[in-house]
Ligand binder design. Structure first.
Ligand code: 13P
Ligand code: SF4
Length: 311
């Protein structure tokens, strides 16, 4: 049996599913039971009745799946798969920050620890951040954490003045506007699509700004045939499968490669997925208190998304 067959056999025996983010490698996306962006993965985790969820993604995503499925085993194939955004906002530092703004509500990007979510009123993802923020009265003061680029972008398009935590995604924030301007000059027939975790000068240049699923939908439905893509390279697998007649150029993180990989997402491999499923190792553990308190703002996000038909 090859590795895919061995994983599939174990999945059946153990009533397990594999959920994968679009930033995973192509072999993992092809093997997974469901592939999605952060919101779709949380929605899928909520409706799951699997006894084991193997999360092919990063730690904060697996924690969210655990909060939504406290009675299931949630396994993260490599426990080192973190996130620079989640790491930028340690719970104790954030508590001090929040205490300086006692009349503010907190909207947290899902890319944060479960502990930070316990200090949050509503969680959001890049798919629903605008609708979540606009679910508050116009004069409600808000702290947005931890991504200052996404928060700044939502401030700009909503006209709000949310207080921003100073965190960034190291994979998106590194992309340089100068490099993109050159790519646009070299490819005048291409549109630029960008994830809102990119820095403001990149977002200013973009023809479309949106979440992973937003970008996939935009490139699928557009009549244009060529795209410059300012996000993580893993998205190319689905893009090229969906639109084999179109050309996609990823914005490279530096001059040495033509890729932009998240080092945390790419820690997950087929071998690690097999091992953790076989041994039921690398379980995500959260205290009952953290589960209860982090679940409330996650559930609020899912309710608001449902009301607005955001998937
Ligand atoms: P989305 O999946 O919400 O687009 O977020 C991208 C990301 O950086 C995930 O870590
Ligand atoms: Fe975190 Fe950025 Fe990697 Fe997403 S791409 S997991 S936000 S470091």
């Amino acid at each position: 049996m090859n590795l895919v067959e061995k994983i599939n056999k174990l999945k059946k025996e153990k009533k397990a599913i594999v959920l994968a983010h679009y930033y995973q490698t192509a072999d993992i996306q092809d093997m997974a039971d469901f592939v999605g962006d952060s919101l779709a993965l949380a929605q899928k985790a909520k409706e799951s009745d699997a006894e084991i969820i193997v999360f092919a993604g990063v730690h904060f995503m697996a924690e969210t799946a655990k909060a939504l499925n406290p009675n299931s085993k949630v396994l993260l194939p490599d426990l080192e798969a973190g996130c620079s955004l989640a790491e930028s906002a340690p719970a104790d530092k954030f508590r001090e920050f929040k205490n300086q703004y006692p009349d503010h509500k907190v909207v947290s990007y899902i890319n944060c620890t479960a502990e930070l979510k316990t200090m949050t009123d509503v969680v959001c993802t890049s798919s629903n951040a605008l609708q979540i923020v606009e679910s508050f009265d116009k004069d409600q003061k808000i702290i947005f954490a931890p991504d200052k680029n996404l928060g700044g972008y939502i401030n700009k398009i909503s006209g709000r003045e949310m207080v921003l935590w100073d965190g960034t995604c190291e994979v998106h924030d590194i992309l340089e506007a100068e490099r993109i301007v050159q790519m646009k000059i070299d490819n005048p027939d291409a549109l630029l699509v960008a994830h809102p975790e990119c820095a403001p000068p990149v977002l200013e240049l973009a023809d479309y700004v949106g979440s992973t699923s937003g970008i996939l939908n935009f490139t699928l439905t557009s009549d244009v045939k060529k795209f410059i893509v300012a996000t993580e390279s893993g998205i190319l697998h689905k893009m090229r499968n969906d639109s084999p007649d179109k050309e996609f150029m990823i914005v490279p993180s530096d001059e040495t490669c033509s890729c932009n990989d998240c080092p945390y997402m790419k820690l997950i491999t087929m071998e690690k997925i097999y091992d953790c499923l076989l041994n039921e190792s690398n379980q995500i553990e959260l205290s009952d208190d953290v589960i209860t308190k982090s679940l409330a703002p996650i559930e609020r996000m899912l309710e608001i998304s449902k009301k607005n038909n955001i998937i």
